[in-house]
Design a protein around this ligand. Sequence first.
Ligand SMILES: Cc1cc2nc3c(=O)[nH]c(=O)nc-3n(C[C@H](O)[C@H](O)[C@H](O)COP(=O)(O)OP(=O)(O)OC[C@H]3O[C@@H](n4cnc5c(N)ncnc54)[C@H](O)[C@@H]3O)c2cc1C
Length: 438
Amino acid sequence: MSPTVPVYDLVGVGFGPANLALAIALAEYDEQRRPEDPVLTAHFLERQESFAWHSGMLIDDATMQVSFLKDLVTLRNPASRFSFLSYLHAHDRLVDFVNHKSLFPLRVEFNDYFRWCAEAVADQVAYGREVTAVRPVEQDGEIGYLDVVTSAGDVYRARNLVLATGLIPTLPHGVARGERIWHSSELLHQVDGIDADDAKRFVVVGAGQSAAEVTAFLHEKFPTAEVCSVFSRYGMSPADDSPLANRIFDPATVDEFYYAPEPMKRKLMDYHANTNYSVVDLDLIEELYRRSYREKVLGNQRLRWFNASRTVDVVDTGRGALVTVESMLTGERTVLDVDAAVFATGYRCDDSLPLLGDLARRCHRDECGRLRVARDYRVVTDECLTPAIYLQGGSTEHTHGITSSLLSNNAVRAGEIVQSLVHRMSSRQSVLSTAGTR
Ligand SMILES: Cc1cc2nc3c(=O)[nH]c(=O)nc-3n(C[C@H](O)[C@H](O)[C@H](O)COP(=O)(O)OP(=O)(O)OC[C@H]3O[C@@H](n4cnc5c(N)ncnc54)[C@H](O)[C@@H]3O)c2cc1C
């Protein structure tokens, strides 16, 4: 090994809220560590140039879909200096926030909170580093380390790895991104290229929270343009955030879900999909309806609904797009000449294993081809692989439940991964010291 390759107990790929919560949990572990506890060194690699949380969708008035108490730390350590309340206090807004009487901060504010936390653990992160491969380092027939390689060719040697690379934006089959054909995740990065005085029409495809937010945003930003909302449901459906259903996101539910029989897991995902998937905050549905009705009264209908409909053709015209919408009720087709088409058609989960190359073969899968993941978020691997590979994010939804891709359980999950690491590194140290005394 080149003497310049740094070795860490943990290397993390991605530095979104999941690995940020883990970096904080590691920092707090270090602050409270007893002399007999192992020292844990960690480094996280993030491809963005600085911390940013879904920056293309940081619409000014969008709010969080989760209580601020489910920040990066509170459910694990309510006394943490990294809580949202500490952030508010540091920014002299604590009293103002309390007067606001809301559990749901603005998304831009939560992004700023994340950034504030990220700055505090900046020594654990390298930005502008895209990880392109993870390679095994073999010793005496065993894989003792993993080399994490970036696109610039830098190598970080890991005793353990944590993958938290997030979700990947998806477009409908046959639709390709273009100058004016966007996924909702790029909205704010692209929209300023369109002059508000010139814009005539937009189409937004999808019926989830992002689709509703994009529709409201374009309708407001372009006061003379038509905004056509296309979705296959009859109407947008409200998110179920009622208290009993909300328990599906509880930390204790992860345990119940993990140990439940497979058919029950599927049932729970089906029953409670409407807490998260293809649903919209009721307030926003009502706001959109209010705008639409007002326009009807005033005889200037800019907000148009193409419900029970789908797009059957999208042609990039360079200055915009021609989008053919088909009603699934009547078969009628309408061609919309738009300044931009925005596909709020969701995200897919990537289990990050392509990064592992040949190593992926050493990760065990269940009868449905999904990764086997232990309760402590470790992928079950061949025994010859000494490093643990932890997963954070949607790739553990089938084992740990619906909260996996969300923020709700971030704090607790980070603590569980730290505990698992401490346990592993303590055992490793005692094996090494026993071997040393032989
Ligand atoms: C617009 C929007 C709003 C949302 N709002 C909420 C909400 O209010 N409440 C909630 O619970 N959930 C919400 N979510 C769900 C969201 O998944 C979580 O909020 C959160 O982002 C998950 O964190 P993460 O760290 O797992 O993934 P991400 O936030 O996606 O972070 C992954 C990071 O990994 C980096 N990365 C990926 N590949 C590589 C690589 N090869 N090398 C280096 N870096 C890499 C990415 O650049 C990214 O920074 C929202 C999602 C969206 C899209």
